[in-house]
Design a protein around this ligand. Structure first.
Ligand code: ADP
Ligand code: MG
Length: 481
């Protein structure tokens, strides 16, 4: 890693203020007015501590958002202003009197009195949220939508093509029989929230009068509890029932929250009966969401249920190409392939790795190369290497197919053991960084061509047989967590 010389001269308060103003101005140009006012306007510079610039935001929600979406960019801009600043720390801090605002989540959180109010954020967001108010002063339900999560930026591949097609369908024609509710499920970081926002954007763009409400299940609960406290549950029910499209993200959050589940169930029924569209996401299928009331589970499963599978190498590669192109950065093929091979857990991590590479390249004005990718990402890559060992894979797969662990390296060729062994080889190739000959050695000294054959055979079978593919994906998920 390249080091800036020493700690550099420290900044005087006046220079610091000017630098900060320039950084804010720059960000404002980069992200656009709506996004800036939504997320960044309330940033305050608290000072410089050592080599860190301390930026504070008044709510946890804003802090997390700014940290994850703009943290890298803030650091890069600071470094351009002053090499003495090497990092930016985004913290929760006291609210500035001039910009008193609360985000909707916290305004509605339990422990506060009165019906949920929305101030501060409502105004800057209005440009992107034209539809929400449609003639109902209290119909202000939707959480902000991420402007980057549209269909245009969603990369379609085998693992998500079905979910994507369903989402498109719902966006074109909400409340189509057979697609209501739309239930999207899949592991973390695979694009559920992205798809939901894309549906919401598309419906709002096509029909601005439609009242589209997107929220997390957690927020649904907060609002419900706030309504209970302020004895305004009737208003809560009425305003919710006036939405045309209700989207609730991460429904698994409602497990164990019986009152909220009950309320959601009634809302759900009222809306579906009134011909409104519901879109729900969760980390598991309705039938696997243990702890959800049976009648709710049944209703959730009776529209369209679409699974987003774990990413494949091909999808990861297409995503990297798309994101690098969008960022206008030239990322060599070798680096793309390297990342797609190494960072297999989910799209969020893949994206994080790419963003870091890009920020680094911008910062030092260097091209992205395989060497500096390895250097810049060494911590992420190490974490991934540590993830799964061949022994673990063999053990899990043997257990799953009910064969003996020793059969993984035995010469037996009966289908009942040969197929699981191939699955284990396939997973070893996908989940570890071991080479084909190394993998072969660990499976009873087999040749690398045997491993190669296993990998392509299992890929073929997965293409041809959905149940088998699901089985292998399940094993992969178990191994990855
Ligand atoms: P989830 O809600 O399933 O946990 P997200 O929708 O938040 O996942 O996705 C995590 C990140 O990965 C987001 O930044 C999202 O834009 C990105 N992402 C996921 N899938 C895709 C895809 N198919 N194409 C482009 N970006 C994607
Ligand atoms: Mg999500």
């Amino acid at each position: 890693m390249e080091k800036q010389a020493g700690s550099g001269p420290s900044l005087s308060p006046a220079t610091m203020g000017e630098a900060w103003a320039r950084i804010r101005g720059r960000l404002r140009e980069e992200v656009g007015e709506v996004e800036y006012r939504t997320w960044l306007r309330q940033m305050t510079l608290a000072g410089i501590e050592g080599d860190e610039a301390i930026v504070v935001l008044p709510t946890r929600f804003l802090r997390d958002w700014v940290r994850s979406h703009y943290g890298d960019r803030l650091s890069a801009l600071w470094q351009q202003e002053s090499p003495a600043v090497r990092r930016v720390d985004v913290r929760l801090g006291p609210q500035r009197p001039a910009a008193s605002a609360e985000d909707a989540d916290e305004a509605a959180a339990p422990g506060r009195d009165g019906p949920p109010r929305r101030n501060g954020l409502a105004e800057p967001l209005s440009a992107g949220r034209v539809a929400v108010r449609s003639g109902d002063a209290r119909g202000d339900w939707s959480a902000p939508l991420d402007p980057r999560f549209t269909f245009d930026t969603f990369v379609v591949g085998k693992p998500n093509e079905f979910a994507h097609a369903c989402a498109r369908r719902v966006a074109e024609k909400p409340a189509l029989p057979g697609f209501n509710p739309l239930f999207l499920y899949g592991g973390v970081g695979l694009g559920k929230t992205h798809l939901m926002h894309a549906v919401a954007w598309a419906i709002r763009a096509g029909e601005p009068a439609r009242n589209v409400a997107y929220m997390s299940a957690e927020k649904f609960m907060y609002r419900f509890i706030a309504a209970l406290r302020s004895q305004s549950t009737m208003e809560f029910k009425e305003s919710l029932r006036s939405v045309d499209v209700l989207m609730v993200d991460d429904l698994q959050f409602l497990i164990g929250k019986d009152n909220t589940q009950e309320e959601f169930f009634h809302t759900f029924n009222a809306l579906v009966d009134a011909g409104k569209q519901i879109v729900v996401s969760a980390d598991k299928s309705p039938s696997d969401l243990n702890g959800l009331e049976d009648r709710l589970r049944t209703r959730l499963g009776c529209g369209m249920v679409a699974d987003i599978h774990a990413t494949t190498f091909e999808l990861r590669l297409s995503i990297l190409v798309a994101k690098a192109t969008a960022a206008g950065v030239d990322v060599p093929k070798s680096v793309q392939e390297f990342l797609a091979h190494k960072i297999t857990s989910n799209v969020r991590e893949l994206e994080g790795a790419l963003n870091r590479l890009i920020a680094h390249a911008n910062l030092f004005g260097r091209a992205v190369t395989l060497d500096n990718a390895q250097e810049v990402l060494h911590d992420i890559l190490r974490a991934h290497d540590r993830r799964v060992t061949i022994e673990e894979i063999q053990r899990k797969v043997a257990e799953h197919y009910n064969i003996r662990l020793t059969d993984m390296s035995s010469p037996r060729r009966a289908r009942a053991v040969a197929r699981p062994r191939q699955v284990a080889m396939y997973l070893a190739k996908q989940l570890t960084s071991r080479s084909l000959p190394e993998i072969g050695r660990r499976f009873g000294n087999r040749d690398h061509t045997t491993v190669m054959h296993a990998v392509s055979r299992i890929s073929e079978l997965m293409q041809a047989d959905a149940a088998f593919a699901e089985d292998v994906e399940l094993l992969r998920r178990m191994l990855e967590t």
